[in-house]
Write a protein that binds this ligand. Structure first.
Ligand code: FAD
Length: 493
C-alpha cells in the first residue's frame, strides 16, 4: 500500500508532473462513499492506470461515521444488511464471522467494526488492483481547489501546496461540518466549554470530566455524545435540548430483515401530493399492524421508492415536508439500536439524563468558568425561560444539511472555491448538489462538467433517501460505471 503524506520528504512537490499514465482517476474523500467508489474503480481500471485516493484523515475508509473510537457508538442497521457492494448485502457479516466467529446477521455492532471491515476490504482490493498493474496511491492531504485543464483533464490543488493532474475526479467529501446555533452576546463556539465539533478527538478531550452538560439536539448525534460521556465515567447530569424533544425510535430486537408481503409501489401508486402520500402511508401502517406487521416494515418497504416519491413532490410540498414532517420522518426512519435505546431509557428513568423541548435563548460565562444557559420551552409564552448552570454545552445537531451555507465557510475550502468559480449548482432548498444522470456535477448554468463526478449525502437534493450505506453503495457503483464508460470512450476500447 502506497501512502504519501505532504511532510514525507520522498513526496515530490508535484506528484504527477512528467509522469502521466494513460489514465488517471482521483477520488477525493475516503469515507464510505470514497472507499466504495475506489474499490469499484480498482476492479475496473485497466492495467497502467493510476488511482489517487486523497483524504486528510490518515485512517482510510472510515469517514465521519465509522472513524469513531467509542465502542458504544453502534451501527443503526443490523450487521447482516451492510456491505460495500450493493449485490452482496452479506459482505460485512461474512467478514465479521471470519474474523470473530460469534456475530449473527441480526446483531447491531459497534460502528468502528464497520470501519475496520471497509479498511480491510480497501487494502485487499488495492492488492488485487496492483497485481493487475493498476497503480494506487493514497495521499494524506485535502483538496482545496480544482481547475479544468484545456485537454479536458483536471488539476487538483492540495492543502499542502502540491498539485496533481487527473482525467476524472470523483468528489466524495461527505458530510458538511455541523452548524452551531448563533446567539447574541454568547461566548464563541470553540471557547472553553462550548464544543461545536463533537466528532473531533481534540474537542472531546477538551470536555470537562465533571459537571452538568447540555447537549443541543436529541437525535443520533446527541445519543452518541451521551454514550461517549457515560463510557468515560462522566460525573454530572446531562440535559438534552431540542426544538421538539423527540428521540429516535428503536429498532426491533433481533430484527433481521423486513417481513415480506408489503408492496410500497402498489400502495403509493395512486397517492397524489404530500397529503395523499401521508394518508396512504398512515393507512398502510395501520393495516400492516392488523396483519401482524409493524410500522418499521412499512418504513423499510418505503425506502426503495422514497426517491420516486420525493421527485413526485412539488417544490412547495418538499418545503412543507421539511417544515412539518421531517422531524417525524427522521425519528422513525433513522432509528437507534435496541441496546442503545434501552440504555438511554434507563438513564432517563434514573434521572441522569433529562430531555426538554425548547429553544436556546442565551449563554453567559460566569467568572468561575461555568455557563449560565436559558431556554424557552416549546409552546411557552415569552418570558417563561428555564435556567440552568452547566460546565459545557455540546452542539449535537449533527452534520449540517445546508450546502448553501457551507460553500462560504470556511473560505478557501473546496466548496467555497467551486462555488466562487460557478462550478456548482445547489438545489432550491439548499439540501444538496445537482448532478446529471451520470453523476456529473452541474455548474451554475446547469451544464454537466466533463470528468467531474459527485457521490455522497448531498445527492439527497435529488433522491432524499441518499445518506446511508444501502443507498450510497448503489450510487458508488453506478457512478463508477459512468466514469468507466467515459474513460472507455476516451481510450476507444
Ligand atoms: C454519526 C453517523 C452515524 C451513522 N451511522 C450509520 C449507520 O449505522 N448505518 C448507515 O447505513 N449509515 C449510517 N450513517 C450514514 C453515513 O452518512 C454514511 O453511511 C456514510 O458514512 C457517508 O459516507 P461519505 O463517505 O459520503 O462521507 P463521510 O463519512 O463524511 O466521509 C467523507 C470523507 O471526505 C474527506 N474530505 C472532506 N473534504 C475533503 C477534501 N477537501 N479533500 C479530501 N478529502 C476530504 C473527509 O476527511 C472524510 O474522510 C451514519 C452517519 C453518521 C454521521
Amino acid at each position: 500500500m502506497s501512502v504519501l503524506r505532504p511532510a514525507d520528504p520522498a513526496s515530490p512537490p508535484e506528484y504527477a508532473r512528467g509522469d502521466h499514465p494513460s489514465t488517471c482517476v482521483a477520488v477525493v474523500g475516503l469515507g464510505f462513499s470514497g472507499a466504495a467508489t475506489a474499490m469499484h474503480l480498482m476492479r475496473q481500471l485497466p492495467a497502467g492506470a493510476r488511482l489517487w485516493l486523497i483524504d486528510p484523515e490518515p485512517r482510510r475508509a472510515r469517514g465521519l461515521a465509522y472513524g469513531t473510537r467509542c465502542a458504544s457508538h453502534w451501527l443503526n442497521v443490523p450487521a447482516g444488511r451492510l456491505g460495500w457492494e450493493p449485490d452482496r448485502e452479506d459482505g460485512f457479516i461474512g467478514w465479521l464471522q471470519r474474523r470473530y466467529g460469534a456475530y449473527g446477521a441480526a446483531d447491531f455492532v459497534p460502528r468502528m467494526l464497520l470501519g475496520d471491515y471497509l479498511a480491510d476490504s480497501l487494502a485487499a482490493a488495492e492488492r488485487a488492483a496492483e497485481a493487475r498493474g493498476v497503480q494506487v496511491q493514497t495521499l494524506v492531504d485535502a483538496v482545496r481547489g480544482l481547475a479544468a485543464l484545456p485537454d479536458g483533464a483536471h488539476e487538483l490543488q492540495l492543502a499542502s501546496g502540491c498539485r496533481l493532474r487527473a482525467d476524472r475526479v470523483v468528489l466524495t467529501t461527505g458530510h458538511l461540518a455541523p452548524e452551531a446555533p448563533r446567539l447574541k452576546d454568547a461566548p464563541p463556539w470553540g471557547s472553553p466549554g462550548l464544543i461545536d465539533t463533537p466528532g473531533s478527538d481534540a474537542s472531546l478531550s477538551a470536555l470537562p470530566e465533571e459537571g452538568d452538560v447540555l447537549l443541543l439536539g436529541s437525535g443520533l448525534s446527541a445519543i452518541d455524545m451521551l454514550t461517549w460521556l457515560q463510557d468515560r465515567g462522566h460525573v454530572g447530569g446531562v440535559t438534552m435540548l431540542s426544538r421538539r424533544g423527540l428521540l429516535p425510535q428503536p429498532h426491533r430486537s433481533l430484527e433481521a430483515r423486513p417481513r415480506p408481503g408489503l408492496q410500497a409501489a402498489q400502495v403509493l401508486a395512486g397517492a397524489r401530493g404530500l397529503a395523499g402520500m401521508l394518508r396512504a402511508v398512515r393507512g398502510w401502517a395501520a393495516q400492516a399492524q392488523t396483519e401482524g406487521h409493524d410500522w418499521r416494515d412499512v418504513m423499510a418497504n418505503l425506502r426503495s421508492c422514497t426517491p420516486d416519491l420525493w421527485q413526485r413532490l412539488s417544490l412547495r410540498e418538499r418545503r412543507q415536508f421539511l417544515r412539518h414532517l421531517q422531524p417525524w420522518w427522521d425519528t422513525h426512519r433513522h432509528r437507534v439500536a435496541p441496546g442503545i435505546h434501552g440504555r438511554l431509557q434507563a438513564s432517563l428513568r434514573a434521572g441522569q439524563v433529562e430531555l426538554h423541548a425548547g429553544r436556546l435563548q442565551s449563554v453567559l460565562r460566569r467568572d468561575d468558568g461555568m455557563l449560565d444557559v436559558a431556554w424557552r420551552p416549546r409552546g411557552a409564552v415569552s418570558g417563561a425561560l428555564v435556567h440552568r448552570r452547566v460546565a459545557a454545552i455540546v452542539n449535537c445537531t449533527g452534520p449540517s444539511a445546508r450546502i448553501g451555507h457551507a460553500v462560504h465557510t470556511p473560505p478557501g475550502s473546496l466548496w467555497a472555491s467551486l462555488q466562487a468559480e460557478g462550478r456548482l449548482s445547489i438545489d432550491e432548498l439548499g439540501l444538496g448538489l445537482r448532478v446529471d444522470g451520470a453523476y456529473r456535477l452541474l455548474d451554475r448554468a446547469g451544464r454537466p462538467q466533463p470528468g467531474l463526478y459527485y457521490v455522497g449525502p448531498m445527492l439527497k437534493a435529488q433522491h432524499w433517501e441518499a445518506i446511508a450505506i444501502p443507498e450510497l453503495r448503489v450510487h458508488a457503483k453506478a457512478a463508477t460505471e459512468q466514469v468507466m464508460r467515459g474513460l472507455r470512450l476516451d481510450l476507444k476500447v
